[in-house]
Write a protein that binds this ligand. Structure first.
Ligand SMILES: [Zn+2]
Ligand SMILES: [Zn+2]
Length: 277
C-alpha cells in the first residue's frame, strides 16, 4: 500500500527542526507517495507581535512558500509528490481569516485542528497538563467536542486533525466514546471530510493514537476516509508508525481495509486514504 504523511511541520513554527531537503530525503528513503507540509497557520494582525510562540507570523508566509518550493525542487524527478498545506486552528470567529489565508496561495489542502479551548489556552500546552481547565474533565471534553463539531460544520477544511487531542495528558471522560462522538461522526459523514489517524499520541502521556479505536471503527463504518499522519516536527519522525497504524486500521475495519484515492472536499486534491471494504 502507498504510504503518505499529510501532517508535518517546519522550523518556521519555532518548535520543529530540519531542512526541506532533509524531510524530502527521509520521505524518499521511506518510499512515501506524498509528503504534505502543513505547518501551524499564522494568525491575523500578528506581524508586530506573535499570537503565541509556536507558529509563523503572517508576514512569514512567503518564506513558508519558499520552504515548500525548496522541498519540491529536491523531489523533482522522483515519484514523490510534495503538497502545500496548513494546519489551521479553529475557534469562534476565525472563519474570515481562514478564507483570507485560502486566497493567499493555491493550497493542496487545509487541516482543521482545535488546540485552543475558549479562554483556557491550548490543551497540548503543559500549563493545561498541570491544571484541568474548567474544573471538570467531562466539561473539557464536551467543550472540545463542541469545537470540533463547529469546525466540521464550517465546511472550511479538508482534513480533521487530531480530533481528540484533549486526551493528550491522559485525562478521560467517563462517557461512552461512540455515543459521546455521535454528533461529530454524523457531521463528518455528511461533510466529505477526511479524518487523520495521528500517530503522535502514541508518544504522549495518553499513549494512544488520535482518535480512539472505537471512533476509528465508527468512522470507517460510516464511510469517512482516513489518512495516517505523524505530525512530524523533525525529519526523523516523518512517516513514523505508519505500518502500525495501518495494522490497527486493518484490525478495526468492519469488512477489511482498502486503500483508495479520495478528493479533498474543498480543494479536490486527490489523497491516499484508507477505508473499510
Ligand atoms: Zn506543532
Ligand atoms: Zn496540532
Amino acid at each position: 500500500m502507498a504510504r503518505a504523511d499529510y501532517h508535518t511541520h517546519t522550523p518556521l513554527c519555532l518548535h520543529a527542526e530540519g531542512t526541506p531537503e532533509a524531510f524530502v530525503d527521509q520521505a524518499l528513503r521511506l518510499g512515501l507517495a506524498d509528503y504534505g507540509i502543513s505547518d501551524h497557520m499564522p494568525m491575523p494582525n500578528d506581524t508586530e507581535k506573535s499570537f503565541d510562540n509556536w507558529r509563523m507570523r503572517s508576514d512569514q508566509l512567503p518564506e513558508y512558500l519558499e520552504w515548500i518550493g525548496r522541498a519540491r525542487r529536491r523531489a523533482e524527478g522522483s515519484p514523490l509528490r510534495v503538497l502545500a498545506a496548513l494546519e489551521c486552528d479553529w475557534f469562534e470567529g476565525i472563519e474570515p481569516w481562514i478564507n483570507e489565508l485560502r486566497r493567499r496561495t493555491d493550497w493542496d489542502y487545509l487541516i482543521g485542528s482545535v488546540h485552543y479551548l475558549g479562554s483556557l489556552g491550548s490543551v497540548d500546552d503543559s500549563v493545561y497538563e498541570q491544571s484541568p481547565t474548567t474544573g471538570s474533565v467531562e466539561e473539557d471534553w464536551r467543550l472540545y467536542r463542541e469545537a470540533i463539531l463547529r469546525l466540521v460544520q464550517s465546511g472550511l477544511f479538508d482534513i480533521l486533525g487530531h480530533m481528540d487531542l484533549v486526551k493528550i495528558w491522559g485525562r478521560r471522560t467517563q462517557e461512552l466514546p461512540t455515543l459521546f462522538w455521535e454528533p461529530v461522526l454524523d457531521a463528518l459523514a455528511e461533510s466529505g471530510m477526511i479524518v487523520e489517524l495521528n500517530t503522535a499520541g502514541w508518544h504522549k502521556p495518553c499513549a494512544t493514537q488520535y482518535p480512539d479505536d472505537t471512533v476509528l471503527r465508527e468512522l470507517m463504518r460510516r464511510g469517512v476516509p482516513i489518512v495516517v499522519s505523524s505530525d512530524a516536527h523533525s525529519p526523523a519522525v516523518l512517516g513514523r508508525d505508519s505500518e502500525r497504524a495501518q495494522m490497527l486500521l486493518q484490525s478495526l475495519a468492519p469488512r477489511g481495509l482498502r486503500e483508495f484515492i479520495h478528493p479533498c472536499p474543498v480543494t479536490s486534491t486527490p489523497l491516499h486514504v484508507y477505508g473499510s471494504l
